[in-house]
Design a protein around this ligand. Structure first.
Ligand code: HEC
Ligand code: HEC
Length: 284
């Protein structure tokens, strides 16, 4: 599929009709919003002062930009979008520490990562998302912001949100050819699994769980402060049902009435065999 040039104001994204804005105005909007977490995190007077100096510099820069004295296109929308993809602050929640990149790769899958979200290479060309449950790309992303990144609103990125447009430009740079939906099978009935091979389970834990939960038994190095110390927290809470609960948690995560922030691992991403090796490694 041939897309129109990305430079005109009327450029439209292939899949969703998010409207692309002229880069100069667009950059000004994004810059004005930085530092984006100042409202929730900057508490010291020094921080407030430097934020207001930043504001003055930004205003001066925008004036020069509008007068055509300085160039505005130094960082492309794609580059800004890639930064946002890796930045937990895309969600305004001060207690979210995960970014899109925590759960999705922009390229082909590699052996050292088992990510709950699929690869986003070519995502713009897919007809449906979330295993066919969602038809709109922006909604698919807003679901992630709300479920996993603690975004307080259902419509995290509106159609005109500059961050959303930058993110879209980045996703488009990963390919726009029409492609097949990515399967995402979450079993409705989760059955307990007999423990498999603990030695095989260790690299599976490292690839799938360690980023958020840190080291087993201690949680050392964990990314997410709210992530449980496994398996101890689960054993404390669920006693002899701890293994069955872990299997259910990995498959259903926060859905089906469980609650929390964790993402579900589908059968395509993590097989039952891998999951039984994992619970053996955790010592259930
Ligand atoms: C905590 C993990 C997690 C985070 C963080 C996350 N996602 Fe997701 N995302 C998922 C899961 C799980 C799915 C459902 C499986 C799938 O379709 O890839 C999903 C689905 C998607 C889909 C639909 C893909 C498809 O083809 O079905 C898109 C697009 C997407 N996410 C984009 C994003 C973007 C952009 C961000 C950052 C704003 C983000 N996600 C943050 C886990 C996450
Ligand atoms: C994107 C981050 C993330 C990933 C990846 C992740 N978890 Fe979690 N997990 C969490 C968070 C946050 C919690 C606490 C909130 C909740 O219950 O959802 C949690 C909770 C849990 C619990 C519940 C503990 C209890 O008893 O309350 C279990 C069990 C668990 N995770 C197992 C796993 C396993 C096994 C993996 C790897 C297959 C994994 N998690 C991958 C973020 C993650």
């Amino acid at each position: 599929m041939r897309l129109p040039s990305k430079t005109g104001p009327d450029y439209r994204a292939a899949a969703v009709g998010w409207r692309f804005e002229r880069p100069c105005e667009h950059y000004a909007l994004v810059t004005l919003r930085t530092p984006r977490t100042s409202d929730v995190r900057v508490v010291s007077a020094a921080g407030a002062r430097s934020a207001s100096i930043d504001g003055l510099l930004v205003a001066a820069w925008i004036a020069l930009c509008a007068a055509g004295i300085v160039g505005c296109g130094e960082r492309t929308a794609v580059e800004r979008g890639e930064e946002l993809f890796r930045d937990p602050r895309l969600s305004p929640s001060p207690t979210s520490s995960v970014s899109c990149r925590t759960c999705h790769t922009p390229g082909p899958a590699t052996a050292d990562e088992i990510l709950p979200g699929g690869s986003l290479a070519g995502v713009v060309g897919r007809p449906t998302f979330w295993g066919g449950r969602v038809r709109d790309l922006r909604q698919a992303i807003n679901d992630c912001l709300r479920f996993f990144m603690r975004h307080p609103s259902e419509e995290g990125l509106t159609e005109t949100d500059p961050d959303g447009l930058d993110l879209l430009a980045y996703l488009e740079s990963l390919g726009t050819e029409p492609s097949e939906p990515v399967p995402f099978t979450v079993p409705l009935d989760v059955v307990d699994l007999t423990p498999g091979d603990a030695a095989r389970g260790e690299p599976i834990y490292d690839a799938a769980c360690r980023t958020c939960h840190g080291a087993p038994h201690t949680g050392r190095g964990r990314l997410v402060a709210q992530a449980a110390v496994i398996p101890e927290d689960t054993i404390t809470e669920h006693a002899e049902l701890a293994r069955a609960f872990t299997v259910a948690k990995v498959r259903h995560a926060q859905f089906f009435g469980i609650g929390g922030d964790m993402p579900p691992f589908s059968l395509e991403v993590l097989s039952d065999e891998q999951l039984s090796d994992l619970v053996a490694y955790l010592g259930y």
